[in-house]
Design a protein around this ligand. Sequence first.
Ligand SMILES: Cc1cc2nc3c(=O)[nH]c(=O)nc-3n(C[C@H](O)[C@H](O)[C@H](O)COP(=O)(O)OP(=O)(O)OC[C@H]3O[C@@H](n4cnc5c(N)ncnc54)[C@H](O)[C@@H]3O)c2cc1C
Length: 772
Amino acid sequence: MVTTRASYARRGTSSKVLVAAASANAAGPSPADRNRQLASRMREALATNKAAYKRLKHETLLFRQGEVSAEALQQQFALAFQSQASSLFLELAELLPSPQQRAQLLSAASRAGWIAPDEALGSRGELGVDSGRGGADEGVSDGWRPLNLSVSAVADQPADSVQPTSASEQRQSGVPSTSGAEGLELPPGVTDGESRPAKRSRREKKVEGRGGAAASAGTGILYWLRQDFRLHDNPALCAAAAAAKRAGGKLTFVYVCSLEEDGDDLETGTSWRPGGACLVWIEAALMSLDADLAARYGPGARIVFRRGAYLPELSAVAASVGAGAVYYNRRYEPAMTATDKRVAEGLQQQGMEVRSYAGLLMREPQEVKVDMTGRWVGHFGTLSPFMRACDRLPALPKPLPTPGSLPVADRAPAVPGSLPSAAALGMVRLPVRADGSLVDWGQQLRDAWDISEGAALACMDKFMSEGLATYEAARHFADARAVSLLSAYVHHGQLSARLLLHETVARGGRELSKTFSRRLIWRDLAYWQLHHWPQMAVRPMRTHYTGQEWNENPAALRAWQRGKTGFPLVDAGKFFESMRQLWRTGWMQQSVRMVCAAFLTEYLNIHWLHGCRWFHDTLVDGDLAINSMMWQNAGKSGLDQWNFTLLPTSSSQDPDGAYIARWVHELERLPRKWLHQPWLAPSGVLESAGVQFGTGPGCYPHRLTTEVLQDLRKENARKIAEARAQAPEWIDPGGYDMVVLPEGATVKQGGSKMRVFTKSDYRKLLSTAQST
Ligand SMILES: Cc1cc2nc3c(=O)[nH]c(=O)nc-3n(C[C@H](O)[C@H](O)[C@H](O)COP(=O)(O)OP(=O)(O)OC[C@H]3O[C@@H](n4cnc5c(N)ncnc54)[C@H](O)[C@@H]3O)c2cc1C
């Protein structure tokens, strides 16, 4: 086991990542030579970029002189980088020795937006994958599952690109950041519709002033769909429909696929685009919503599907349908808020009206201010003070009904350059087998879920009438017998969190279970944390934990990802070669997620960030805010570090072993008694159950570690104590860790240091570490 001091705070540029991606895939007689070749190709490409940069700078000057339009210039940027990246990747791919490796690199490049999807699919007919086992379900190996690259194409854009694309660029360009502690700012011209719902917009007044004639920008309204694939309780949709009716214009639904802009965070140099499983979900959700819209409101409500950068795409659609306004519900991930702000400003500069609404969360992150001065209800960053702060806010508005009618055109919108369906957006990357057939790894997720708004509402109803009453006592069982299974619907905005809470209260849910409604507020807490710690997906919130030593053990990490640790409860969650749950369904119950997270961080001492990334890519509810919060807590650098022992051998989450028996098929005939620790079973029992340990087909893996688990935990705690001992300025006299309270997070203590919950073992261990 090699131990390194991992620093996730600094990530490489896209080029470094891509060289790493390429070299990781490279094999053959001389990996070092190949790496050198790749690096040299990359240097050449960067030199080419410099030439392009000069050319584009000239174009930018022309733009400043008013000789070219912003849209035309932006398109030139997009094209320049697309074509360079494209040729670079095709060349890089040629250096790789096997078709599989070429396909892997190209698939990753396509996902990063560097090359067109058809290039990744191996139009040259050589990028096949030989699954070795035939069927799509069996034939997918995780090398083929599209994983996120750390950085995308946009990282190499020239520094004075026309539009600032990140918080750091915005600061450089003098445009204020949306992700700072000042709170969520709306760009000039963007209106928070809810704060003034009844007022007529400037555009509407202008239109009225002209006797109702269409403004130059048009009377239509674009409804910009993003993470709100629903018709019920949709504030932006209701407002857009009302405004279009008032102005006598038509409403057009548009979805633009621009994954780079949604996920690439230039501030941290990382990419958190929706993971593979979420993309499958989004594609299916869009298809279902498109069909629902047409069925309910007629063909004019069909969604216009576009692929490309948001600003030019929205402008093009608006021009085509005669829309002068864009309405949307807000999103809260750092890259998304930066993008939305930039796009809104761009639209506004073009004379469009932009209105945004709160439809994803119950509470806007910037409106919750925790009061740490009054009666103590819990440590800063935990649920209780947050709930108390929420209780001080005005009551939540009642959920909005689904609109009975919408002012849409009689015919489906015909906008040149649009794609026929969500599937044509090519969001879900499918590898190709040697025979040219596609490996549709997403099908098993589509089979496991009904991905529609109707199913979300039905699932909520079922939970309310059947699950809620048992939630309190049985929510921790691994087989999910009492939980709602609603997380993916809520994450993708197919189910309104506000409606869910409203229904819970209306059906006496607070009396039946005090925990369920708290979980919904916990979700808001995660977004509040992300708002105040925009880098929490990559950097420890307890900054002094950055220096903690983690094991760099790719083999153990891979075994954990594949569900081959030899600990059945850990493995049941996520084995992909056969039927195990995460790979098959994209979902696991919370206790199982916790067992898996604790196993990785506490027993294997592997950085929580690896687990966070894996979950982000494989969960259908992969949610940057919740996932990062939970992994930070599991890794102990979060505000609410876990203070419980999660033994992978414990049977409390699966007392009768039914969960393991269902998902770990190699053990399905083993008597329940041994299922959690099969290595203890007598050889005769193993033999009659057909259990063999090893790596061969049908064998169950040996344990990854035979060391005493409690000793491994203690070792992990020692590493934490060592990191803490290096940073006495972050420890208070009682041995508690401290964090700086972000401006705007509390009622009046912004900028000061405050203690956060710290496990008593760690407080005790600190003195030992300090004295050695
Ligand atoms: C390591 C780890 C990673 C996680 N990553 C995610 C993630 O990416 N996306 C995600 O939605 N949940 C995540 N969770 C939280 C939780 O496991 C899931 O929300 C829950 O299992 C979903 O199942 P359910 O809808 O049946 O939940 P229920 O128990 O029925 O809860 C109802 C709803 O409350 C919310 N909720 C539940 N638990 C939490 C929580 N701990 N924090 C915030 N909100 C919560 C969800 O919206 C959920 O749908 C993670 C938990 C752990 C331990």
